[in-house]
Design a protein around this ligand. Structure first.
Ligand SMILES: [Fe+2]
Length: 203
């Protein structure tokens, strides 16, 4: 279960007022990317562009409760569960884990250890689907100001958090290749109007 586009947009607008910041525009950019990629995917296991948009728009909704690191995952997960949006709750949890391991989080665990353990168990029990993978990818190309390359975005995260593990970067670059194979197109040509980005060939 997930909200409609209108409901999701209203939720994000309300949340942005509670905790103003660039995070809300980052979510809007991620949502536009998710919708475009989902529309460009071909094949029998098609993604629903509307659902992709909504799930990406809400992936950081935990930030409505104030500045936090791991806390935004936990807050978003529980908030979406409370509203009955289990599919959005799942994305609040999975979006930070291209490696399906709660210990691979790069920020601070600013919640009680028991909460990390509990969410780690939920995460490990999931079978990732293409919505999980898609929002992980969109999170890694969306800045508040617009679309950037994976490496530009991760360099920015590295500057803010102090480090970004090579394995996690490699996992995101594999996701780019995964969706490019589904779309039969270069990722950046789908999500950006900037021709300079299209040449970007992360391997
Ligand atoms: Fe995000």
């Amino acid at each position: 279960m997930h909200p409609s586009r209108k409901q999701a947009e209203a939720l994000l607008n309300e949340s942005e007022k509670l905790n103003p910041g660039k995070w809300a525009d980052h979510c809007r950019v991620a949502a536009q990317c998710a919708e475009k990629i989902a529309s460009a995917c071909t094949g029998s296991d098609n993604l629903d562009p509307d659902k992709a948009y909504v799930l990406a728009l809400l992936h950081d909704i935990g930030r409505r409760f104030g500045p936090s690191q791991f806390g935004h995952i936990s807050d978003g997960y529980h908030y979406m569960q409370q509203l009955g949006y289990d599919e959005a709750a799942r994305i609040c949890l999975t979006h930070s884990f291209p490696q399906q391991d709660i210990q691979s989080y790069i920020g601070r665990y600013d919640v009680p250890p028991a909460e990390v353990t509990k969410l780690g168990q939920h995460l490990a029990a999931l079978q990732y689907d293409d919505y999980d993978r898609l929002i992980q990818l969109c999170d890694s190309v969306a800045m508040a100001e617009g679309v950037v390359s994976i490496n530009q975005r991760l360099d920015d995260v590295e500057r803010r958090y102090g480090h970004f593990p090579a394995e996690k970067r490699a996992a995101l670059i594999r996701l780019k290749a995964y969706f490019e194979a589904k779309m039969q197109r270069n990722l950046y040509s789908v999500i950006s109007d900037n021709p300079a980005l299209w040449e970007n060939a992360e391997k």
